[in-house]
Design a protein around this ligand. Structure first.
Ligand SMILES: Cc1cc2nc3c(=O)[nH]c(=O)nc-3n(C[C@H](O)[C@H](O)[C@H](O)COP(=O)(O)OP(=O)(O)OC[C@H]3O[C@@H](n4cnc5c(N)ncnc54)[C@H](O)[C@@H]3O)c2cc1C
Ligand code: SF4
Ligand code: SF4
Length: 412
C-alpha cells in the first residue's frame, strides 16, 4: 500500500509554488484545513498562550525556580542518550524514528504523521502518514525547511485513523496543541524535536552552494554541539567546518525568515518527549515532559543507553558577545568581526573551553531568546507583547533586556 495520500501530491505542488498566506507563518498546515480561520487561535505568531497550554498539556506551567525548567520548559527527566544500534541514515542515533516504529509495531497508534524527503529534492520536507513500522525509515534524517504537517490530520481521520503519533518542530506542535481538543482523536502522542535557525528549502540550497563546490553530493548536514557543521558526502567523505568559518556574511540579510528569528520555543516545550542533541555532548539529548513522554521512552527499554547529562563551561560572556553582534548586525545575520587568521584558533578553543552539555543548551536558548526580542523590536515592535512570554523576559533580564511598559506580555 502506498502510504502517501493522493492529496499530498497537490500539497507538495502548493507548498513549492506559494508562499505562506501571511508574513509571520511557517505553513504548519492549519491554513490548509477546512477551517483556516483556526489560525487566529492556533498560531504561535498571533496570540500564543504558552502558560495555558503548558498547564493543559503537562498539568502545570514550567517552574521558574526548578533548575533548567525556565530554559527548557516542563520536564520530568532529562538524559544524554543513544540507541545501542543506531539507525543508519538517521539524523543522530534515530531515537525519534525508533519510538515511532515501536508505537506502530505494538499497535498503539494507527499511523504516524511526520515528514519524508521530497522525491525530487531530498532536502525538502513533505508531510506523510505512515501506518507500517517498516516504512518509518522513509522519514529518518533532517530536512531544512517547513511544510504543512497538520494539513494531513483531517485526511487521516477520513481514512479512519483515530490514534496518531505526530513528530514535529515547535511551531507545528504549538498549533497542534491549541487544536488538540477539537481534533476528536482517541489517542495522540507528540514527539518533538528542538528547532532553530530554520529557513526555506530554497535558501538552504543557497547555503549548501556556498559551503561546498559539490552541493548535490551532500547527504547529511548538522550544526553540532562541538561548534562545527558536519557535512557528509555520497562518497563517504565527512567534513567538519567550524561555525566561525562559515560564510555567513555572504548570505542575504533575509536568509532566515522573521518567523525563525523570533520564535520563542526552541526546545518544543509542548511535546510529550523532546528529542534533540543540544545538551548531549555528541550524543542525543532527551527530555520527557509528562507521563506519556515517560511511556514513549520506556518503549525503547534495553535498546537505549541513558546517562545523566553533563555540563561544563560558562555561558555568560558568549551570550553577551552574541547580543552585541545581533545589535550591530541591525536585522541581518550576526556580524563576524574576527580577523580570518584568528578564526581557526578560536574554533579550536571553543569546543574545549566554551559551554558544553547542558550549559551549551542553555547558551543557545538564551541566545535565541535575545535574538527574538531584538528582531521583533526592530521589525515588528507591536507584536512583542503578544509573542514574547514572561519566561523569555526572565531569561533575557540577565543581559539587560527587560520589557518596556508597552512590551509587557498580554498572556503572562
Ligand atoms: C530545521 C531543524 C532544526 C533543528 N535544530 C536543532 C537544534 O538547534 N538543536 C537540537 O538539539 N535539535 C535540532 N533539531 C533536531 C535534530 O536535527 C534531530 O532531528 C533530533 O536530534 C532527532 O534525531 P534522531 O536521530 O532521533 O532523528 P531521526 O530518527 O533521524 O528522525 C528525524 C525526524 O525528524 C523529522 N523531520 C526532519 N526534518 C523535518 C522538518 N524540516 N520539519 C519537521 N520534521 C522534520 C523526520 O521526518 C523524522 O521523523 C532540528 C531539526 C530540524 C528539522
Ligand atoms: S497557524 Fe500555521 S498556517 Fe496558520 S498562520 Fe500560523 S503557522 Fe501559518
Ligand atoms: S525556527 Fe521556530 S518558527 Fe522556524 S521552523 Fe523552527 S520552530 Fe518553526
Amino acid at each position: 500500500m502506498d502510504h502517501q495520500l493522493p492529496h499530498q501530491k497537490t500539497l507538495l505542488k502548493t507548498t513549492d509554488n506559494s508562499s505562506p498566506h501571511r508574513s509571520l507563518c511557517t505553513d504548519c498546515g492549519v491554513s490548509r484545513t477546512s477551517d483556516p480561520k483556526q489560525c487566529a487561535t492556533a498560531c504561535q505568531f498571533i496570540q500564543p498562550d504558552y502558560k495555558s497550554l503548558e498547564i493543559k498539556v503537562h498539568g502545570r506551567q514550567r517552574s521558574f525556580e526548578k533548575a533548567d525548567e525556565l530554559h527548557f520548559g516542563p520536564f520530568t527527566n532529562m538524559y544524554r542518550a543513544s540507541l545501542k544500534n543506531p539507525i543508519p541514515g538517521a539524523q543522530w542515533s534515530g531515537i525519534t524514528t525508533r519510538i515511532a516504529e515501536k508505537l506502530l509495531e505494538q499497535g498503539r497508534v494507527d499511523a504516524v504523521l511526520t515528514m519524508e524527503p521530497d522525491t525530487h529534492d531530498k532536502w525538502r520536507p513533505v508531510p506523510v502518514l505512515i501506518d507500517k513500522a517498516s516504512d518509518m525509515k522513509r522519514a529518518r534524517g533532517m530536512r531544512m525547511g517547513y511544510a504543512p504537517l497538520l494539513s494531513l490530520i483531517e485526511p487521516a481521520k477520513k481514512m479512519g485513523y483515530k490514534k496518531l503519533a505526530i513528530i514535529g518542530i515547535p511551531c507545528q506542535i504549538y498549533a497542534l496543541r491549541s487544536l488538540e481538543k477539537s481534533l476528536g482523536l482517541e489517542e495522540l502522542f507528540v514527539i518533538g524535536t528542538p528547532c532553530s535557525d530554520n529557513t526555506t528549502t530554497e535558501n538552504f540550497h543557497q547555503f549548501l552552494n556556498l559551503i561546498t563546490p559539490s552541493p548535490a553530493e551532500v547527504t547529511y548536514l548538522e550544526f553540532k554541539a562541538n561548534y562545527h557543521v558536519e557535512i557528509r558526502f555520497q562518497s563517504g567523505e565527512v567534513k567538519e567546518i567550524p561555525f566561525l568559518q562559515l560564510p555567513l556574511s555572504d548570505l542575504p540579510k533575509d536568509f532566515f525568515p522573521l518567523t525563525c528569528r523570533t520564535c520563542v520555543d526552541y526546545t518544543n516545550a509542548l511535546s510529550d518527549i523532546t528529542i534533540g542533541y543540544m545538551g548531549g555532548e555528541g550524543e542525543q539529548w532527551v527530555l520527557t515532559r509528562n507521563k506519556k513522554g515517560e511511556e514513549l521512552l520506556a518503549l525503547l527499554s534495553d535498546e537505549i543507553v541513558l546517562k545523566a547529562p553533563g555540563s561544563a563551561g560558562k555561558r555568560h560572556s558568549a551570550v553577551i558577545g552574541f547580543k552585541k553582534n545581533v545589535e550591530l548586525a541591525a536585522g541581518g545575520l550576526p556580524l563576524r568581526k574576527m580577523p580570518n587568521w584568528l578564526r581557526p584558533i578560536v574554533s579550536w578553543l571553543m569546543p574545549r573551553i566554551g559551554p558544553r552539555g547542558l550549559e551549551f543548551a542553555r547558551t543557545r536558548v538564551e541566545m535565541k531568546a535575545i535574538e527574538s526580542v531584538l528582531h521583533l523590536r526592530r521589525e515588528l515592535p507591536s507584536r512583542i507583547k503578544h509573542m514574547v512570554p514572561s519566561h523569555i523576559w526572565e531569561l533575557t533580564k540577565a543581559y539587560d533586556l527587560k520589557p518596556e511598559a508597552h512590551e509587557q506580555p498580554v498572556k503572562g
